[in-house]
Design a protein around this ligand. Structure first.
Ligand code: MF3
Ligand code: CO
Length: 250
């Protein structure tokens, strides 16, 4: 069952989304050589809590952090720890905030100091693939129209999309129907309707798309050790262009 949000619920999701986006921006500003991923996580948690919200990921299925901080070949679900960021790293930060019964969910990959041209290109392809995908995210189209557009753009730029993890509906629960893959045939999947709220989140590898999960049960790395990047926003489907709910409002 795909829920359609009421105007009241949408108003609440705008607020959750704003806090989430602000937490992402804060995290991005903290990415620099010498900082630990745990320090970033702590700042994110304090910010979200200071806004009267709860970090969506903290204790979710036992996840120990407020953010997922995924460095270099770590694609997603990197657990914040005492790892010290160094010049040239690329750092994906995924955050969620829950307030008044609804979640926001967003992510971005940030360069740590000066990074390689290949790394910067990967970051840009990943973010642009999101925007290419949501060009198709309007009422009357189907979920896989988004998926297909993301995949086409990523592969046209020599990168690959992760198959084992997908975007999702988001609202009262962090993960709701429908699944929003970053691959697949256009014209398939549920029809998009105004009031659907989706987390569209391309996870992109510079090399092959196969990933594996480390023994901690979370940390997901590229199987070939190539770099990976992530970009995500929570969006609202409308009759026209979708509304991005994870915006800072600045
Ligand atoms: N954006 C990710 C997702 O949609 C973050 C989840 S991390 C978890 O799944 F810890 F909450 F699982
Ligand atoms: Co998500």
């Amino acid at each position: 069952m795909i829920s359609l949000k009421s105007s009241r619920e949408i108003e609440l999701m705008r607020r959750a989304g704003r806090i989430t986006a602000q937490a992402r921006t804060l995290a991005g500003k903290l990415v620099r050589p010498g900082v630990t991923t745990l320090e970033i996580d702590t700042q994110v948690r304090k910010f979200i809590e200071g806004q009267g919200a709860v970090p969506s990921f903290l204790n979710y299925n036992g996840y120990p952090g407020s953010a997922c901080i995924s460095v270099n070949e770590i694609v997603i679900h990197g657990i914040p720890d005492h790892r010290v960021l160094k010049e040239g790293d690329i750092v994906s930060v995924d955050v969620g905030a829950f307030i008044d019964g609804v979640h926001g969910d967003c992510a971005a990959t940030f360069p740590c100091g000066q990074v390689s041209e290949e790394a910067m290109a990967l970051i840009q392809v990943t973010e642009q693939s999101f925007w290419e995908g949501i060009k198709l995210a309007r009422a009357g189209n189907r979920v896989y129209d988004i998926s297909h557009a993301v995949q086409q753009y990523v592969e046209a730029h020599g990168c690959s999309v992760v198959r084992d993890f997908v975007g999702h509906g988001v609202g009262h629960k962090l993960h709701e129907a429908p699944e929003v893959p970053n691959f697949g045939p256009a014209g398939h999947g549920p029809r998009l309707q105004p009031g659907m709220t989706l987390a569209v989140e391309p996870m992109v590898c510079a090399g092959d798309w196969h990933v594996r999960v480390l023994k901690d049960g979370w940390t997901t790395v590229t199987a070939d050790g190539s770099l990976a990047a992530h970009y995500e926003n929570t969006i609202l489907i409308t009759e026209g262009v979708p509304e991005i709910l994870t915006v800072t409002g600045e």
